[in-house]
Design a protein around this ligand. Structure first.
Ligand code: BGC
Length: 361
C-alpha cells in the first residue's frame, strides 16, 4: 500500500527514473489517486540569505513546488546565517510535529548537534546540499561537488588558454564541506597545468560577499596586480572580484569563475566580465530531497546514487548526487530553457544587446 502511495507521489513530482524508488516508468501506477498522503510533516531549514541568492530565490520555491506536488505537509524556514537560530527552528519544527528534518548546515558541529537531538526524538534527518561532517543524517542530497570544482577549474583553463597565468583562488566558507570539495576539484584540474601559477588563495568566511571584495583586494595587492585568472567559488564571490577588477580597469580582461547561475552571474557572463558559472537545477535537487524525505516518512528506503564518505567520521552516507553543468556565454540559454532563470530577469534593458548577441530573446 505504502509503495503505491510512494509511486503516486513520485509520479506527481515527475521525478527522473534514476531517482525513482519504484523504478517503474510504464505509467501503470495509480496516477490520479490524489488521496495519497504520508504521515507527518517535512521540515527544511535553509542556511541564510546572504551567501547566495539561490536559497530564497531558487531553493525555496522549488522545495515548495516539490512538496505541494506530492501533497505533503511541509514547512520551510531560513536560519539567516545564525547557527543558534537554526537550532531553535529545529526544536520548534520538531515540537510542531515534523517527522523528517532537512538542513543546510551553517557548520558541521552545529548541524551534527541538531541531527543528534532530532534523532533522540525519533526524527529522521537529511543533509540538503551540504554534508554535515560527523553528523547522523540518513541521506545526503546534493550535486557532485567535486565535479562542480573540476568544471570550475576546467572552465577557467578554457578561458585562459595555453599560456603562463597567475591565478588567485577565492574559496567558499571554511565551515562548508562543499567549499572544500569545490577547491579540491578545481585544484585537481588547474594544478596539473604547469604554465599556471597560484599567486594567492584564501577562504571567505560565511561566503560573505563584502568580505570577499576586501580579501580579493588584499590578494591582488600582494600579487602586485599580476593576476591573469580568478577561481571564485560562486557567483557572489565572483561579483565581488569583478567589482575590484573593474576598479583596476581589468574587468573582462581577467577571467573569473562562479557558481549558481544566478541572474547577476549570467548577466556578468553575457557582459564578458565572468568566464563561467555552474548550473545546479534547484528543481532537481528539491525533487530529490522531497523523494528522500517522503521515503523516510513512509518507512521506505530512497533510491540512492551511491554513498559519500564523511571525511571526519569515515561513515559512508547514503547519497543522491546530481550532475552539475558548466555555463558559458554559449549556453546561458540552457539555464533559461530549463526554468533555472527567467529570460526577462536576465535580459533587462542594460543587457539587451548582450542577450541579442548571444541569441537570447
Ligand atoms: C552551495 C552553493 C552556494 C554556497 C553559498 C554551497 O554549499 O553548494 O551553491 O553558492 O554554498 O551559499
Amino acid at each position: 500500500m505504502k509503495r503505491t502511495h510512494f509511486a503516486v507521489v513520485a509520479a506527481g513530482l515527475g521525478l527522473a527514473l534514476s531517482l525513482s524508488a519504484c523504478g517503474s516508468d510504464d505509467g501503470s501506477d495509480t496516477a490520479g489517486d490524489n488521496d495519497a498522503k504520508i504521515e507527518g510533516k517535512i521540515g527544511v531549514i535553509l542556511p541564510d540569505t546572504e551567501s547566495s541568492v539561490r536559497w530564497e530565490s531558487a531553493d525555496r520555491p522549488a522545495l515548495k513546488a516539490a512538496f505541494e506536488a506530492a501533497g505533503v505537509e511541509h514547512t520551510i524556514q531560513n536560519a539567516e546565517g545564525d547557527a543558534e537560530k537554526m537550532a531553535q527552528i529545529a526544536d520548534s519544527m520538531i515540537a510542531d510535529g515534523v517527522t523528517v528534518l532537512a538542513i543546510v548546515n551553517l557548520d558541521s558541529a552545529s548541524g551534527a548537534a541538531i541531527q543528534e537531538k532530532a534523532k533522540a526524538q525519533g526524527v529522521a534527518t537529511i543533509d540538503y546540499d551540504r554534508l554535515t561532517l560527523e553528523g547522523s543524517a540518513e541521506y545526503y542530497v546534493s550535486f557532485d561537488n567535486t565535479v562542480v570544482g573540476e568544471l570550475q577549474g576546467q572552465g577557467l583553463a578554457d578561458c585562459l588558454g595555453e599560456k603562463d597565468a597567475n591565478i588567485i583562488y577565492l574559496n567558499g566558507s571554511p565551515t562548508d564541506n562543499n567549499a572544500t570539495l569545490f577547491s579540491a576539484g578545481a585544484h585537481s584540474v588547474l594544478d596539473k597545468i604547469t604554465s599556471y601559477k597560484k599567486v594567492g588563495e584564501q577562504a571567505v568566511p560565511e561566503w560573505d560577499n563584502e568580505e570577499a571584495a576586501v580579501i580579493f583586494q588584499q590578494l591582488y595587492t600582494q600579487a602586485d596586480g599580476k593576476v591573469d585568472g580568478v577561481l571564485a567559488a560562486n557567483d557572489g564571490l565572483g561579483g565581488a572580484v569583478i567589482s575590484i577588477l573593474e576598479g583596476n580597469g581589468l574587468a573582462g580582461k581577467v577571467p573569473v569563475t562562479g557558481q549558481d547561475a544566478t541572474v547577476e552571474g549570467l548577466q556578468n557572463i553575457l557582459a564578458g566580465t565572468q568566464c563561467m558559472s555552474i548550473y545546479k537545477s534547484a528543481t532537481l535537487e528539491a525533487n530529490a530531497l522531497a523523494e528522500a524525505a517522503i521515503a523516510l516518512a513512509s518507512g521506505k528506503d530512497a533510491e540512492t546514487t551511491g554513498t559519500t564518505k564523511d571525511s571526519e567520521s569515515g561513515r559512508e552516507v547514503p547519497s543522491i548526487l546530481l550532475e552539475p553543468k558548466a555555463i558559458t556565454k554559449d549556453n546561458v540559454g540552457d539555464v533559461i530553457d530549463d526554468g533555472g532563470q527567467k529570460l526577462a530577469d536576465v535580459c533587462t534593458a542594460d543587457f539587451a544587446d548582450a542577450c541579442k548577441a548571444a541569441g537570447l530573446s
